[in-house]
Design a protein around this ligand. Structure first.
Ligand code: PLP
Length: 417
């Protein structure tokens, strides 16, 4: 038996089966490429599902991790450190938020956001203000709170009871939200681009209408930017990529000159924020963030010096001149190339998404598409029922976009033949 088969089989025996087994074993990564244990090279359009935002083995990441690990890795969460302060300052200075809470993952950031909103609503509107509105095709994580606002719960009755008083509206349909919302609604949670649901971007007019509804009824608006945040949409934060003006609320068109980002009250971050290192955060406008006081919530690892040093490095890399413009340029090149394949082969039925978070629907079964891409040296992932999700590292270059497009074209041609 080969080493590869041994590792796969023995892992299958010992691990609780939360994921289906892949036929290869990954070994190392460099830039936008990953290599399996047989030395085969893959262009990485999965990036750990929008995680490796700076690619693999980025020099600034290696320097930070090595230096910080040698200095201080763990300290009781109640201590301030200069690393935690620097990361918090960078997050606050480059966003619309005032206060930050560090976590270790996306689901923990969402969990913190939901608990903060419920605490704020309890203090502000009373003990019965518990309703949370989420959306069909949403994904927010797998702990009980975040699973409770994830639409998949509707097909997972074996985990019931979920947290009570959660209702699901239709994404991009403000009337369906208005039908559910009232003064006792604590929060509305929405992904600016639905990731697991199939790479569907919110209509900026929809987000603007959500903002107005939350202002009118004093509801906490939470954006889940776990997948779409940290440069992925060509802006540091996902909310900055959705601009709208007041006229839109009366059905008018978006006036680019008057348009401004639609700001949530609370946000959940993770994935690209650590570029491969497990770190997340929940941030809030002061009025909401002040609802937590010592003892209300916390975490052993959240805000540890190593994670914060990494997050600060990631933000500083992303704030370097030209970084975000580069993401937008690469997005354009990728989408143009996909459209060209679509026109030539007629096998792509839809291309959607934003920035370097692109979904492709095709006439081929998604499992076969992913298998063929892997055979041809490209890693990607599935989203929704049958969407090919392309989330490469944000440092990808033009020739690497072209290389991936050539693999996609070849793979579709082989699937057809
Ligand atoms: C939008 C969104 N929220 C939350 C999560 C959960 O993040 P994690 O897997 O780090 O807990 C994910 C993960 O895919 C996500 O895409």
């Amino acid at each position: 038996m080969s080493d590869v088969q041994y590792i796969i089989d023995e892992s299958f025996k010992r691990l609780i089966k939360t994921y289906a087994a892949q036929p290869v074993v990954m070994d190392r990564g460099e830039g936008v490429y990953a290599y399996d244990t047989d030395g085969k090279k893959y262009i990485d359009f999965a990036a750990g599902i929008a995680v490796a935002s700076l690619g693999h083995a980025h020099p600034a990441m290696l320097k930070t991790i090595n230096e910080q690990a040698a200095r201080l890795m763990a300290v009781q969460a109640s201590y301030a450190t200069k690393e935690k302060l620097e990361a918090a300052e960078l997050l606050v200075d480059h966003s619309c938020f005032d206060l930050v809470y560090f976590s270790n993952s996306g689901t923990e950031s969402v969990e913190a956001a939901l608990k903060l909103a419920r605490k704020w609503a309890h203090d502000e509107k009373g003990a019965d203000a518990t309703q949370i509105i989420a959306f069909n095709q949403s994904f927010h994580g797998r702990t009980y709170g975040s699973a409770s606002v994830t639409s998949k719960r509707l097909s997972q009755p074996f985990f019931e009871p979920y947290i009570p008083n959660v209702d699901f509206a239709d994404f991009n349909d403000i009337a369906s939200v208005k039908a559910l919302a009232n003064e006792k609604t604590a929060a509305i949670i929405v992904e600016p681009v639905q990731g697991e649901g199939g790479l569907t971007p919110a209509d900026p007019k929809f987000l603007k209408a959500l903002r107005k509804l939350c202002d009118d009824l004093n509801i906490c608006l939470i954006f889940d930017e776990v997948q779409a945040g940290f440069g992925r949409l060509g802006t540091l934060h996902a909310y900055e990529a959705f601009k709208c003006c007041d006229e839109c609320l009366d059905g008018g068109d978006i006036n680019a000159e008057k348009a401004h980002p639609i700001e949530p009250d609370v946000v959940a971050w993770a994935k690209g924020m650590g570029a491969g290192f497990p770190v997340g955060a929940m941030a809030a406008k002061a009025k909401f963030g002040e609802a937590f006081v010592p003892g209300t919530h916390g975490t052993t690892y959240g805000g540890n010096p190593l994670a914060c040093a990494v997050a600060a490095t990631v933000i500083k890399e992303m704030m370097k001149p030209g970084f975000l413009e580069h993401v937008n340029k690469m997005s354009e090149r990728l989408v143009d190339g996909l459209k060209k394949i679509q026109r030539a082969s007629n096998k792509i039925t839809d291309i959607r998404g934003k920035g370097l978070m692109i979904g492709v629907d095709s006439v081929f079964p998604i499992k076969e598409v992913l298998k063929k891409l892997q055979e041809n040296g490209m890693m990607a992932t599935q989203a929704g029922a049958a969407t090919l999700r392309l989330t490469p590292p944000l440092i990808i270059e033009e020739e690497q976009i072209d290389e991936a497009l050539a693999i996609i074209e070849k793979s579709f041609a082989e699937l057809e033949g």
